[in-house]
Design a protein around this ligand. Structure first.
Ligand code: HEC
Length: 124
């Protein structure tokens, strides 16, 4: 009789403990990703600069318009209008410098060029 009374309590305690552990693990994970993202010196530098969208437009015409169209409304690559609504500044920088989504190549703009490009992309 005693056993039957204590067992469900222990079970609930265990479940609660597991839930707490999972939530903690997720929090630590999210925090770690944030720290890694924001400690990237290149990203940090880009985000500390003020971008000039007109300069960014010029950089875009030379490097990106072939695929994304001169008004960024899409050709081989997708339209980039409203892209900053679903990609964070970090996501946009990463998209340009990583080369993780072929056929889009990996670019290596200077921090100022990237800041200009970013301000152009955020205006679309
Ligand atoms: C060789 C063609 C090509 C060139 C050049 C190119 N891109 Fe792309 N880009 C793509 C393709 C294809 C995708 C879609 C990749 C995917 O998501 O699989 C893409 C995706 C993107 C995305 C993400 C779009 C989204 O909706 O999430 C951004 C932002 C972007 N490109 C910006 C740029 C910028 C800025 C440049 C110039 C520095 C550039 N691209 C040059 C082909 C290209």
């Amino acid at each position: 009789m005693d056993n039957q009374l204590t067992k469900p309590e222990i079970l609930i305690q265990r479940i609660a403990l597991i839930v707490v552990a999972i939530v903690l693990a997720i929090l630590v994970g999210v925090l770690a990703v944030r720290i890694v993202k924001h400690s990237d010196p290149y990203v940090k530098e880009v985000l500390s600069l003020v971008g000039d969208w007109k300069q960014g437009n010029a950089i875009f015409q030379i490097n990106c318009a072939g695929c994304h169209g001169w008004q960024a409304n899409g050709r081989v690559g997708p339209s980039l209008h409203g892209v900053s609504k679903h990609k964070s500044p970090y996501g946009l920088i990463h998209q340009v410098v990583s080369g993780e989504t072929p056929p889009m190549p990996k670019f290596q703009p200077s921090a100022q060029e990237m800041a200009d490009l970013l301000s152009y992309l955020e205006k679309l």
